[in-house]
Design a protein around this ligand. Structure first.
Ligand code: FES
Length: 155
């Protein structure tokens, strides 16, 4: 369960990394681990504490796909969009998944059951098209596997 945003707690996380060189990424990871995302309030606070601009912090947050600006659903499904998966019908499969769950990339289903995210190679190219459901690999996505995933996430 993610904690609700709390400025004092966030400040404590930032200060925990005071003695590090290049503290931004570890701070962002700890912020997301605590609050489930890196909200706009965190970007403002981190920028102030590290003497960076908000644009600089936002640039790092948006560069790494793992950071979210709002908490994920109860399950996270990461679909690979890199070359090997694309060459195995990955794009069509991905569209089927998005339609099945009624979401766009990076979005959470309205009932909060699942967030669907794009990733670029999961290292499962031989089993393309591949996905990861809550850190468990899913191979050779097709309509049957998609329905299995839907059952698992409760949709
Ligand atoms: S390209 Fe999809 S797992 Fe490598």
């Amino acid at each position: 369960m993610n904690a609700a945003w709390n400025e004092a707690q966030a400040l404590e996380i930032v200060r925990r990394h005071d003695d590090r060189e290049g503290p931004l990424l570890p701070i962002l990871h700890d912020i997301q681990a605590t609050f489930g995302c890196v909200p706009i309030e965190a970007i403002r606070l981190i920028a102030g504490e590290l003497n960076l601009t908000r644009a600089e912090v936002h640039g790092v947050v948006s560069f790494y796909h793992d950071f979210r600006d709002r908490p994920a659903g109860r399950h996270v499904l990461k679909l690979c969009r890199a070359e090997a998966c694309q060459s195995m019908n990955g794009e069509a499969v991905a569209q089927q998944v998005l339609e099945r769950f009624g979401v766009g990339w990076g979005e959470t289903a309205p009932d909060g059951s699942v967030t669907v995210e794009a990733v670029y190679c999961l290292g499962l190219c031989a089993c393309a098209p591949s996905a990861m459901l809550d850190d468990e690999p899913r191979a050779r996505l097709d309509p049957t596997v998609i329905e299995e995933i839907a059952r698992e996430v409760g949709r």
